[in-house]
Ligand binder design. Structure first.
Ligand code: BCO
Length: 311
C-alpha cells in the first residue's frame, strides 16, 4: 500500500501522466489489492524474504528496451520468495523509467521459469499465507502488464505453472523452437493464482483457456501460434547459424514496435491498455486525454515540419 501510494505521488507529479494517473486511480492505484482488501504488503514481503535464492535482474538499455531476467538456474528459474519481492521492486523501477519503450522478460541459462519454488510453496502451504502470496504476485504482475512499455516474454525451454502465468503478464510471447508453455496447475491440485487464468482468457479466448487449464496441455510453438498464445517463433538453429542470439532476435522483433520517441510509444501502450481494461466510454475519454499529451508536442511538431509522407 505504501509503495502504491508512493507510485501515485510520482505519477501525480508529471502532468503528461494525468490521464494515465486517473486510469490507475480507478484501478486501485495500479494495484489489485490494498489495505482495503485486508492486504498488508509489508507483512507478506517479510514472509517472502524468508525464502531466499536467485534474483530478478534488470538491465535498462539506451535503446529504450530493458531486459528482465529470471535468474535461478539451479532450480530451473523457479520463483523463490525473495525473487517475488525482487520482481515487485524491478517493476517499480520500470514504472519510473521515463525513457523506456520496451521490455523483454527472459529466463537465465536457456529456460524460462518453472513456476513457484516448490520448497517455498511447501513452507507456506497454509491457505492464509498462500492467499497473501497470490495477492502479492497478482499485484506485481498486474503492474508489470500495465507498464507503459511494450513487453514481450522470450520463452526458451520451459514456462511451467507460475512461469506460464508470467508469460501472460506480457503484451506478446515469442516462443523458441523446442520451448513449451504449460499451465501444470491442475497436476498440482491448483488453478492459476497469479492472474494467469484471467489473462489467458483475454489472450486465447475462454474455449482455448479451458482446454489449456483443464488438460494441462503442453503448448509447443506450433500450437502456440495456432491459438494465438505465441506471436512468433524464433529458431534456435538460426541463432546458432549467426542470426544473432535469441535475445538479439527478440530485440529486433520488438524494435519494430518501439521505434520512435518514448512519449509516443508509451502513449500507444496506454491507449491500447485502456481499450483492453476499461468500459468503452472511459477508454474513449482516456484516449482523448492521452492524445492531448502528444498533440502539438515535440514529435508531432517535428513530423508536421518535415511534411512526412507515408508512402
Ligand atoms: C501459483 C503458482 C503455481 C506453481 O507455479 S506450482 C510449481 C509448478 N512447477 C513445477 O511443478 C515444476 C516442477 N519441476 C519439474 O517438473 C522439473 O524439475 C522440470 C522443470 C520439468 C525440469 O526437469 P529436468 O530438466 O529433468 O531437471 P530437474 O527436475 O532435475 O530440475 C533441476 C533442479 O531444479 C529443481 N526445480 C525445478 N523446478 C523447481 C521448482 N518449481 N521449485 C523448486 N525446485 C525446482 C529440481 O528440483 C532440481 O533440483 P535438484 O538438482 O534436484 O536439487
Amino acid at each position: 500500500m505504501v509503495l502504491c501510494a508512493v507510485r501515485w505521488q510520482l505519477l501525480r507529479s508529471s502532468s503528461s501522466y494525468g490521464a494515465w494517473a486517473r486510469l490507475l486511480q480507478r484501478q486501485s492505484r495500479g494495484c489489485v489489492y490494498s489495505s482495503v482488501h485486508g492486504f498488508n504488503q509489508e507483512e507478506i514481503r517479510e514472509k517472502l524474504q524468508a525464502f531466499p535464492g536467485g534474483s530478478i535482474d534488470l538491465l535498462k538499455q539506451e535503446s529504450g528496451i530493458a531486459v528482465l531476467t529470471i535468474n535461478y538456474p539451479t532450480r530451473m528459474n523457479a520463483f523463490s520468495g525473495s525473487m517475488m519481492v525482487d520482481l515487485e521492486e524491478r517493476v517499480s523501477q520500470l514504472e519510473s523509467w521515463t525513457d523506456g519503450k520496451g521490455l523483454i522478460v527472459q529466463g537465465a541459462a536457456g529456460t524460462f521459469c518453472s513456476g513457484s519454488d516448490l520448497n517455498a510453496v511447501r513452507a507456506i502451504s497454509n491457505p492464509p499465507d498462500g492467499m497473501k502470496m497470490c495477492m502479492f504476485m497478482q499485484n506485481a504482475l498486474t503492474r508489470l502488464l500495465r507498464l507503459p512499455l511494450i513487453s514481450v516474454a522470450l520463452v526458451e525451454g520451459r514456462a511451467l505453472g507460475g512461469g506460464a502465468e508470467l508469460t501472460t503478464a506480457c503484451d506478446f510471447r515469442l516462443m523458441t523452437s523446442g520451448s513449451v508453455i504449460q499451465f501444470v496447475h491442475k497436476h498440482m491440485g491448483l488453478v492459476p493464482g497469479w492472474g494467469g487464468a484471467a489473462r489467458l482468457v483475454h489472450i486465447v479466448g475462454s474455449q482455448n483457456a479451458l482446454k489449456l487449464l483443464g488438460g494441462a496441455l503442453k503448448v509447443d510453438p506450433e500450437l502456440g501460434l495456432q491459438i494465438g498464445l505465441a506471436d512468433e517463433v524464433l529458431e534456435v538453429a538460426q541463432a546458432e547459424e549467426g542470426a544473432g542470439t535469441l535475445l538479439q532476435q527478440a530485440e529486433n522483433w520488438l524494435s519494430h514496435y518501439t521505434k520512435g520517441p518514448a512519449p509516443v510509444i508509451q502513449a500507444v501502450k496506454k491507449v491500447v491498455l485502456s481499450g483492453r481494461e476499461l468500459p468503452l466510454s472511459e477508454a474513449l475519454r482516456t484516449e482523448k486525454d492521452v492524445f492531448g499529451t502528444l498533440w502539438g508536442g515535440p514529435a508531432n511538431l517535428q513530423a508536421l515540419a518535415s511534411k512526412s509522407k507515408h508512402r
